[in-house]
Design a protein around this ligand. Sequence first.
Ligand code: UT7
Length: 335
Amino acid sequence: MLAEMSRAKVMGTGSYIPEAVLTNRDLEKVVDTSDAWITRRTGIKERRIATEGMNTSDMAAAAALEALGSAELEAGDLDLVVVGTVTPDRQFPSCACVLQEKIGALRAASMDVSAGCSGFIYALSVANNAIRCGEANHALVVGAEVLSGVTNWTDRGTCVLLGDGAGAVVLSRTEDDTGIRSIHLRSDGSFGNLLYSVDQCEDRPGPGVLPDMSALKPYYLVMDGQKLFKKAVECLEEITLWTLQRAGVDVSEISLMVPHQANIRIINALAQRLGLNTDKVYTTIEKYGNTSSASIPMALNEAAKGGRLAPKDKLLMVTFGAGLTWGASLVEWSI
Ligand code: UT7
């Protein structure tokens, strides 16, 4: 009975932003592109690249420790660790288990969620449900990516968009009337061909037959940007309106929207369709590009630490990515 009335509220946020900066001017030397094109078509000016040897779990750990610190909790307090990522250190064990060991969250159950750029909101939903149903009191939710490792650096259509980074939130059970008011997820696998990874599996002759190792390609991503752009705007609007309706919140009540940072034109189109003023939209795309699952928690940490959120504020997070997947959450801020 107690569990049914509980909610999950955000207790702390954190992020890790790699030091190395890759500017549009740097990319002009790599592919046939220009600072003017990238800025006009995407809003990106620069992105961060993880140092060699740095794995997704390393960045996740740095973000997680900052989030735990601001929540004033220890890693040992965590019952659950969920990581949204498309670039885990390896296929298994999960990035979440590697992270659990790195931060010493020894009591927690740990798992990854694979939902393209929607990984963080999907992970947030898993943790929210675990808290609401009484399975966890404290949960760590992370979005972390080393996209530079899966980028095709000869494809100007995608390599100019991507960056590395990590963000995290700590959720705790509360009986207050704050926290996650609604969270909704969607997917449509019939649009999977718009954004996908080409990986070693595609060269495998079949189960049980050894592949020709010399023919294995590195793992990289392929995207039909234009079609994806149109679907993104439609899906983001649909899920936002549904999430607001389920939370009983009007667009005019939104204090801040932290959207997935894929393209400034997608973000502006969504804000315009919703009738949301751009001063209520938080963007980091100009500095970090598209960091997939990490983009929302990185931006959220920056917004929260920068004084853009106060208790009782209504925060909308909304995302879209490979799958296709999309989702949104309306959170009443609590810190
Ligand atoms: O994270 C979640 C999923 N990702 C997204 O949601 C991304 C959605 N899509 C987009 O953000 C945009 O579609 C892109 C930024 C990827 C591309 O912008 P666009 O305005 O849709 O450009 P386009 O693909 O229609 O290409 C327009 C032109 C083409 O040249 P032609 O055929 O008109 O001569 C491209 O070859 O721009 C060319 N182009 C470039 N030129 C300079 C494509 N990439 C580049 C580039 N630099 N980097």
